[in-house]
Design a binder for this molecule. Structure first.
Ligand SMILES: Nc1ncnc2c1ncn2[C@@H]1O[C@H](COP(=O)(O)OP(=O)(O)OP(=O)(O)O)[C@@H](O)[C@H]1O
Ligand SMILES: [Mg+2]
Length: 378
């Protein structure tokens, strides 16, 4: 019997491909139901989008209208406005026609817009307004979920994924009303992967979003949840894996959702019947090879000192980086290390976890340890 690879990576996962996140879902659900605004932060490929969509699905079961907007492709204020408007209109009611009717009947805002359906049946909207009406239109469109909720007596949860893009577009002041109009009926969930930018937006007192949300940082998926998830996938496809090797793989990838799925995807491919050390090592090679481009793009952007500091962190596992022997080994001095660490945090390559410096992407650490001829585990 031929089976398909049961491990998936590179896009949203749902239903049976979705592992755990029970606690996160429960707590985010409570926040949404009580109208809290939340900032959900996690590094890239941590499963933010999958979690957010799973949350909206759950909330739907509780009668909450969900609006999901991915800001990543947006490159202008107009694009943002049209995308936002379109997402709101398509999500609040069962059909676009009904939503338009509701908007026109209940709201003071009578937007004029055109609707476009592409060859794949996707609907997009284009708001029409004069230059003079621009700011007013912007405000009213942003307020749509709030007004809709008030008028219709329904709860709404608006998810803005990749929210850091708002900063690049310089729209944060214009979006202030999202968090200013406190309504228990509407909750906003801001999510993103650029910690340094999000921190500035939400923790700097000069910024419009200062202290306006509950901050939640998404953790990796725990080993105890990965073990049955992974084991069961091998079993059900006629293969098997010793539990120690599951544990070792999950530890190497630090529970990183995409990293783990990708590694076990290759491991499954490399395995005929039973996973052994040989297939394990081959899968690791494949993973590093597959992620080479990601690594390369990051590496290329760095100065020589920053590169050395990353090696130093990989070598020391992020502890005692300032110890003399460690600095000497990489011909670095404490001052320049301090400066490089700051930039590497700013670039979201590493972050501080307590006293430790850690890589946001565990694969980068595995790469560097290999380059340094060190074993994968410190
Ligand atoms: N709950 C989960 N269970 C199993 N695998 C997951 C889970 N969440 C994420 N993954 C893995 O991580 C990959 C990326 O997930 P997703 O796109 O949701 O993350 P993201 O944080 O939104 O990524 P990006 O930073 O690219 O936006 C998925 O393709 C899947 O392999
Ligand atoms: Mg995402």
């Amino acid at each position: 019997m031929e089976y398909n690879n049961p491990f998936f990576f590179g896009g949203v996962v749902e239903e049976e491909d979705f592992c755990d996140r029970e606690e996160e879902l429960n707590s985010l659900e409570k926040d949404a139901l009580s109208g809290m605004n939340v900032l959900l932060y996690a590094p890239r490929r941590f499963g933010k989008t999958s979690l957010l969509l799973a949350l909206l699905k759950r909330l739907k079961g509780k009668g909450v209208r969900g609006v999901y907007i991915d800001l990543f492709p947006v490159s202008s204020e107009e694009e943002f406005l049209n995308l936002y408007f379109g997402a709101v209109v398509s999500s609040l009611e069962g059909s676009v026609e009904r939503a338009i009717r509701t908007i026109k009947e209940t709201l003071s805002f009578k937007p004029s817009f055109s609707v476009n359906v592409d060859s794949e049946g996707r609907t997009s909207f284009r708001l029409e307004f004069s230059r003079a009406q621009k700011d007013k239109t912007f405000e009213e469109v942003i307020d749509l979920p709030f007004r809709y909720a008030e008028e219709s007596d329904k709860r709404v949860c608006v998810v803005l994924d990749e929210f850091q893009e708002i900063y690049r577009l310089g729209l944060e002041a214009k979006l202030r009303s999202m968090v200013q109009k406190h309504s228990r009926r509407v909750s906003y969930l801001f999510s993103g992967s650029r910690k340094s930018i999000l921190e500035r937006m939400f923790s700097d007192r000069r910024e419009p979003f200062y202290r306006s949300v509950k901050k939640v940082s998404l953790n990796p998926i725990e080993e105890r949840n990965w073990i049955p998830f992974i084991g069961e996938r091998f079993e059900r496809t006629g293969k098997s894996i010793p539990v120690e090797l599951i544990e070792e793989g999950v530890k190497l990838l630090e529970g990183h959702p995409q990293g783990v799925q990708e590694f076990f995807h290759f491991l499954w491919e490399e395995t005929d019947k039973v996973v052994d050390r040989g297939s394990f090592l081959k899968a690791m090679d494949k993973l590093l090879e597959a992620e080479k481009d990601t690594f390369w793009f990051m590496w290329e952007e760095l100065t020589n000192i920053q590169r050395k500091v990353l090696k130093l962190i990989a070598y020391t596992d992020g502890v005692e980086v300032y110890r003399r022997e460690n600095l000497e080994r990489f011909s670095l001095n404490a001052n320049s290390v301090q400066k490089a660490v700051r930039s590497l945090i700013e670039k979201d390559v590493i972050e501080r976890k307590g006293k430790k410096l850690v890589f946001q992407n565990p694969i980068v650490k595995l790469w560097l340890r290999r380059e340094l001829n060190l074993s994968a585990f410190p």
